[in-house]
Design a protein around this ligand. Structure first.
Ligand SMILES: [Zn+2]
Length: 237
């Protein structure tokens, strides 16, 4: 029971009530695509002279921490100014637990309270020596911030390439109990996230995979757009 959502939902109104979709116990897995409409840069963009792709690689933090922290400060200042879009808000309104690959904090800004940030977030800095976690504001006090406890150079709180994602066991528990799964704005290329999807598939629960137009599809799937002729019929399955 997998439905690919792409293009505009209004163009697909011909197939009405194609599905019965659970009206409770949904879980969402989200990726960068959900935040596109909020105006966030993609990994191919360059911020403060550093490509985002490089910022997620451990090497730049070891070899060019000055440049890396300059880009970090740019992101930590700019991203909180971005606003959640209709997709984030619809998930928050429906109180759907969210497993996200994003570090942009937009689910939290939308009002969601049950969020697993698999890749960490921009709000924190971390010390690899003493494992302390600190607020990102330390990055404004020094060009290359140091741990207030042990003096070691800090690093960002988000997960870098090759590192383990966070809280994956809890994410499995959520998906194992879900009656339906929404996949939004991710191609599920990362293995742990792909496996979460596989768990839902094996359990044969309905899965809606939103490939684009997340800001239209998510409210539509959750019965929050005004058109009564939704493609999906909420009800227990
Ligand atoms: Zn430390």
């Amino acid at each position: 029971m997998l439905y690919y959502c792409s293009g505009s939902p209004s163009a697909k109104r011909g197939d009405r009530h194609l599905w019965t979709w659970p009206n409770s116990h949904l879980v969402a897995i989200t990726g960068a695509g959900i935040s596109v409409e909020s105006g966030l840069p993609t990994v191919d963009d360059v911020v403060a002279g550093v490509s985002l792709r490089r910022l997620f690689q451990p090497r730049i933090w070891r070899e060019q921490p000055l440049e890396a922290f300059r880009a970090f400060r740019f992101l930590a200042r700019e991203w909180p100014q971005k606003r959640p879009n209709r997709a984030h808000l619809a998930l928050a309104r429906a109180e759907i637990p969210i497993i996200t690959q994003n570090i942009d904090g937009l689910h939290r800004a939308a009002g969601s309270t049950r969020i697993i940030e698999l890749h960490g977030n921009l709000r924190e800095l971390k010390c690899e020596a003493c494992e302390g976690i600190f607020g990102c504001e330390l990055a404004w006090r020094e060009d290359i911030p140091r741990c207030p406890t042990c003096g070691h150079i800090l690093r960002p709180g988000f997960v870098l390439e090759g590192e383990e994602v966070r809280h994956i066991a809890r994410a499995y528990d959520w998906v194992a109990e879900a009656k339906g799964l929404l996949v939004v704005g991710t191609e599920l290329e990362m293995i742990p996230v792909r496996q979460l999807y596989e768990v839902a598939k094996r359990r044969n629960v309905p899965i809606a995979w939103v490939r684009d137009h997340a800001e239209d599809w998510v409210p539509h799937l959750l019965g929050q757009d005004r058109d009564a002729d939704s493609l999906f019929c909420p009800g227990e399955v």
